[in-house]
Every structure is written in C-alpha cells, then in structure tokens.
Design a binder for this molecule. Sequence first.
Ligand SMILES: Nc1ncnc2c1ncn2[C@@H]1O[C@H](COP(=O)(O)OP(=O)(O)OP(=O)(O)O)[C@@H](O)[C@H]1O
Length: 252
Amino acid sequence: MSLLSLTDLTVRRGTRTALDGVSLTVGVGECVGLIGPNGAGKTTLMRAALGLLPATGTSTLAALPLAERARIAAWMPQTREIAWPVSVETAIALGRLPHLPRGARPGALDRAAIDAAIVRMELEDYRTRTATRLSGGEQARVLIARALAQDTPLFMADEPIAGLDPAHQIATMKVFADLAREGRSVIVSLHDLGLAARHCTRLVMLQAGRLVADGPPAEVLTRENVERVFGVTAYYETTPQGPVFQPMEVVR
Ligand SMILES: Nc1ncnc2c1ncn2[C@@H]1O[C@H](COP(=O)(O)OP(=O)(O)OP(=O)(O)O)[C@@H](O)[C@H]1O
C-alpha cells in the first residue's frame, strides 16, 4: 500500500525550475531520507507533495481535502520557532487539532497520543516549561513531538534533526526508524549522510530539482553519486555496528 505517490511533480519558482519531473511512491514501513545539496529541491518536493506549493504533475496527498490530508500526513517545516508562549504540553497538544471536532476538548485517546509523543521525544521534564523559552534544539524536539502527537500514517519533516545534539539526533532518527517498523511511513530531509545511511531504509537523492538516485542507502551513497552530487569524497564502510559514512574532502 502506498500513502504518497508523486507523478512528474514539477515546481517553477520565478524563472527557475525548483523541482523537475519527480516521480516516486512511498510505501508503508519506509523511512525515506531526502538528501541533496543546498537548493537541490528537498523542501520544494515535500511542500509540493503536501499541496502547499503550486505544482504541475500529481501528488495523491495534495489531491485530498485539507482536513483529510491533516489526518494522513503530519508535517514539521524547517522554520522551527514556536510563536506562542504556551507550555510545552499545550504546544504538543496542538498536534491533535486535526482529530478534534470544532471546539471539542482532547479526550483519552488524544491524551494518550500526546503522552506517547512526549515520552518518545524525552520531554517529560519539559511539560510545564514555556515553549518559547526553550533552546533552539529543545524547540525543535517539541515540534517533532507535536507532529508525532498528530499520530498520522505518514510523517514528513524538513531537516528535523538540524541543530540537535548528537544523542538527540541519534535518538530522533531511531524514533523515525521505529515509526517505519510500526508500519507508518516517514519522509525526512537531512544533511547528515552518516545518520541517513544508518537509519533510513531508503534514500532519495536530489540534484538541481531532479531525482538522481533512489534506493537502499548503500546503492544511493556510491562513490560516484556522492562525488558528482555533493562534490565530496567519503569513507563508507559496513561494520558490525552498521554502516559508517563520513564525508572526507571537497573535490570540486
Ligand atoms: N520563494 C522562492 N522563490 C524563488 N526561488 C525559490 C524560492 N524558494 C526556493 N527557491 C529555489 O528553489 C530551489 C530549491 O529550493 P529548496 O528550498 O527546495 O532546496 P533544499 O534542497 O530544501 O535546500 P536546503 O538544503 O538549502 O534547505 C533553489 O534553487 C531555491 O533557490
């Protein structure tokens, strides 16, 4: 079963083609890492897939009515500042809005989803803190938890682990891998190719708006692809502790 299918998705921004004829299908249980250099089109792909940007081609998700879309896909955008000085718990509870009839208060099911998200993101000690008074990385974790509380079959996030410390980067990637193992689908953009190699089941590589590679990490992060697309050499080894990928030198 697929939750998201894109066909020939193309986005023009001014005179530039930000996304150029991308087709892909994301199945249940996949943790897809969206990789590519700055400006490659990662954000554009996700926003167009969600129907947040005008595009040509098709996205099965963008075709759905807004309310239904919010019950199928959770979205954590790249801008991660929390605007209102509410408690962490209240900020996370906002993730339940798509499930609540207008004006209804959260019920037992909502509370359970909120609590599960708080535990998953290790935010138990932060519940009553004011969300706007957290550090950048802490606010990012709250926003990931808000998206998790939405409890959708598809979870999409734009550079969710940027700015997190190493332990929280690893823990958060493990949360995404766990979601996939539980039968959900995850699409995350990220620049850390080492974490992408270790925790994603599939990588989609973009360059100048085009999809240039799509498959298991070892098939996408080849020496040729990494040099051509990112302009770096890399050390890539399969170890007993899993794959290790480390960018080494700039080649261009
Ligand atoms: N509002 C805009 N107007 C015009 N062009 C834009 C706009 N936003 C993005 N672009 C262009 O679209 C292309 C793709 O941008 P996008 O933000 O999708 O890249 P990205 O892969 O997410 O990059 P990054 O890793 O830097 O976040 C870039 O060439 C960018 O300059």
